[in-house]
Unconditional design. Structure first.
Length: 512
């Protein structure tokens, strides 16, 4: 009741802390922008003040793990009551804040820093990335690696263990899931923690099966206690499958549709908090529009040839071309279809015995022309989302210094400077971001218009990228525009996103 908040908590943050600070295992399924990071610190620091723990371990995506430290100890704003450090400054000298750096893990300096954290008499906040917590012992430096170090911290200290963006552990067999949750009867690191939290705004956006390992992180027996002896039995109960024979005689299960989703919602509800921004914040509603264009004849000729080849291939395997087009699968021909609509076609060419990627650029690019027509109408800051780096290059060539980039091919320091300049509006009007590089961990709420130049089929990336601009204190509505090549995979992707959204809303109860 006397917790010294550095900034006024929202009602939902206050209720969660008061009602569940001492609940051992809990899922925080709050939509982006509802202050999950503050709720995480409030929970852990309350446990510390009550003498129940001496350590908080946070695992989150690379880059976000640094924000967990920065936001905790940043300089307080003198003018904005909501721009304050998440940890009360009077406690800073009683806490060791440690960010694990994979690139420096082999250095004596970093190893000494980790050892000091392990033996610290203070409260310790250890923040690691998902990539770091998978690393094994180094043969060159002798360092035990992030996996064993994290396990020792959680096991040997009195620890609260939190994973942010918990949908990173989507499949039981992946290395990160085995590390944190366990596999084949062997427990993961989470079993050593005294208290556990998972935080995720979009836990089931790619379907109900993703929530299985997330709840296992909280309790290894969670699903077994509810009648599901294995992941396979879970999939069988919540999905309807068809056995399909390939042309080579092999068989594979094809998901036809989901079932029993209301029951899954009822299972999750007592052990989680699900909140949407519309429930908690007074934000203007999102607005949507489509910018349609027709491909050129040259594009259509290339598109139809690849589409026909793909239909022959999938029919021979007994699959459904539409399900493949809208799935996030590494099928080269499907990506080519999408890239053709964007005005180019990558291909591999042999040069002196080595495969080198080349790109054919079509004479006309209606997507780019239509996008530029919309962008040149804008007078305010604009955020542009792209799937491929080639898209960013085309936009930058067209817009010059009016645009800055945030993508995998841009140096991290340059990315951050580009973001800073765009937010400060000291030059560039347009920030073009590769969705995979920037869809989480950023606040970009200065743009009333957001353009999806090329889309990704993953609903989680779409919802989280939308919420980079629709968050915090806003007095304007955000308009989201989708580029749409008529009668192509563009339309199928958008339709599939809507179908995924309906499934996710049923499981989480968002549509009630």
């Amino acid at each position: 009741m006397n917790y010294p908040h550095t900034m006024p908590p929202f009602d939902h943050q206050d209720v969660e802390q008061k009602d569940h600070w001492n609940t051992p295992n809990r899922a925080i399924f709050w939509e982006q922008g509802l202050g999950k990071m503050k709720a995480g610190y409030d929970w852990a620091l309350t446990l510390w003040q009550a003498g129940k723990i001496d350590t908080l371990v946070v695992v989150s995506p690379n880059g976000v793990h640094l924000e967990w430290i920065k936001e905790a100890i940043k300089e307080p704003s003198k003018t904005n009551p909501y721009d304050q450090p998440l940890v009360p400054p009077m406690w800073h000298d009683q806490i060791d804040f440690v960010a694990y750096d994979t690139k420096k893990a082999g250095t004596k300096w970093h190893q000494q820093k980790m050892k000091e954290a392990f033996y610290s008499k203070k409260f310790v906040v250890l923040s690691m990335s998902y990539d770091a917590v998978k690393t094994e012992k180094s043969k060159t430096s002798g360092w035990i690696g992030g996996k064993l170090f994290c396990a020792k911290m959680v096991r040997d200290r009195r620890t609260a263990f939190l994973i942010d963006e918990a949908a990173e552990i989507q499949t039981p067999g992946t290395k990160i899931t085995k590390t944190l949750v366990g596999h084949g009867g062997r427990g993961g690191i989470s079993r050593f923690a005294l208290y556990r939290r998972i935080m995720e705004g979009t836990p089931v956006d790619e379907g109900p099966f993703n929530v299985y390992p997330q709840m296992q992180f909280l309790d290894p027996d969670f699903w077994r206690d509810r009648g599901f002896a294995s992941f396979q039995s879970f999939k069988t109960y919540f999905g309807i499958w068809k056995d399909v024979e390939r042309n080579d005689g092999r068989h594979f299960p094809m998901l036809l549709r989901y079932q029993n989703l209301e029951e899954l919602h009822d299972i999750l509800k007592p052990h989680s908090s699900r909140l949407l921004k519309r429930d908690c914040l007074d934000l203007p509603e999102k607005q949507y529009t489509q910018h349609r264009f027709d491909m050129s004849k040259e594009q259509w000729d290339a598109y139809e040839k690849i589409r026909d080849d793909l239909m022959i291939e999938t029919q021979a395997d007994g699959a459904d071309i539409e399900s493949l087009i809208t799935a996030e699968l590494p099928i080269v021909n499907i990506l080519k279809l999408y890239q053709i609509t964007a005005g180019y076609l990558p291909f591999m060419e042999d040069e002196n015995g080595e495969a080198v990627q080349k790109v054919v650029t079509f004479k006309e690019n209606p997507r780019l022309e239509t996008a530029l027509a919309q962008l040149n109408k804008q007078t305010h800051p604009v955020l542009i989302w792209c799937r491929f780096t080639r898209d960013l290059e085309l936009l930058q060539d067209a817009l010059g210094d009016r645009l800055v980039r945030y993508d995998g091919k841009t140096d991290q320091d340059v990315r951050e400077e580009n973001k800073r300049r765009w937010l400060a509006q000291t030059g560039p009007q347009f920030l073009a971001a590769q969705t995979q590089a920037m869809y989480r961990g950023h606040t970009l709420n200065i743009a009333p218009y957001v353009l999806y130049y090329t889309n990704d089929s993953r609903l989680r990336l779409r919802r989280q990228s939308e919420d980079r601009t629709h968050r915090g204190k806003m007095d304007f509505s955000v308009l989201y525009g989708d580029m749409m090549a008529t009668d192509t995979v563009d339309e199928k992707r958008v339709r599939k996103l809507r179908e995924k959204l309906q499934v996710a809303e049923t499981i989480m109860g968002d549509n009630r």
